[in-house]
Design a protein around this ligand. Structure first.
Ligand SMILES: Nc1ncnc2c1ncn2[C@@H]1O[C@H](COP(=O)(O)OP(=O)(O)O)[C@@H](O)[C@H]1O
Ligand SMILES: [Mg+2]
Length: 207
């Protein structure tokens, strides 16, 4: 059975994930066998959960509540969209996925990597990305690009120390899963980073 490739794009806030996904959309314009998604979200149910997660009114949300909401949103996306697309042989490119939960909740919020990985396995029914593109840039430089944190996004409001821990979390994930996670230096201009991403996807036979 032909099976499509599952690619995730990861990294701290402002490193350029969405910018790179947009450039990939342009590069693959007209290709019906390439599907673009973003997390949390991507289905009607998952988008509703996304609003709860990001709402600044929910500052009292516990870490475990947060990680369960991310997992719930992901479970729906995997079941409703990702698995059927991969079965059809499509390439699926997702802006954030399980490594975000691992970096943010597992490492930075201190819930522990093992618990978060177990939850991710349950939510994904064992599905793992074939390739994860880690856009590697420290959070101080990344936030400068954005002109500071988004006041409407609870996670972005968490402070630079938190985001430094997220970055450390990503570094540990990259060390732990060197076969799956490829680090792409994200400090140069968007077009140059796009070239690096395209080169990587070709090298890995992902497109
Ligand atoms: N390589 C780059 N160099 C400079 N600025 C960039 C680069 N990539 C993205 N940006 C800008 O940085 C900001 C954050 O980019 P974005 O793609 O939204 O990041 P993310 O999705 O990772 O949070 C945007 O204003 C974007 O235009
Ligand atoms: Mg983004």
């Amino acid at each position: 059975m032909s099976k499509g490739k599952f690619i995730t794009i990861e990294g701290c806030e402002g490193v350029g994930k969405t910018t790179q996904v947009d450039l990939l959309k342009q590069a693959f314009a007209g290709r019906e066998d390439v599907l673009f998604l973003r997390e949390p979200g991507g289905t009607a149910i998952s988008e509703q959960i996304r609003r709860i997660i990001l709402d600044v009114k929910n500052e009292g949300m516990s870490g475990i509540c947060e990680v369960l909401l991310y997992s719930a949103s992901r479970a729906q996306l995997v079941e409703e969209v990702i698995k059927p697309a991969l079965r059809e042989g499509k390439t699926v490119i997702c802006d954030r996925f399980t490594d975000s939960t691992l970096a943010y909740q597992g490492y930075a919020r201190g819930l522990g990597a093992d618990m978060v990985e177990t939850l991710s396995d349950i939510a994904c029914g064992g599905l793992k990305p074939d390739l994860t593109v880690f856009l590697d840039l420290d959070p101080v430089s990344a936030f400068k690009r954005k002109g500071g944190a988004d006041s409407k996004d609870r996670l972005e409001q968490a402070g630079i120390q938190f985001h430094a821990k997220v970055y450390e979390g990503y570094k540990r994930i990259a060390e732990r899963y060197p076969e799956r996670v490829a680090c792409v230096p994200a400090g140069e201009g968007a077009q140059r980073v796009h070239e690096l991403v395209m080169q990587l996807l070709k090298e890995r036979g992902a497109i």
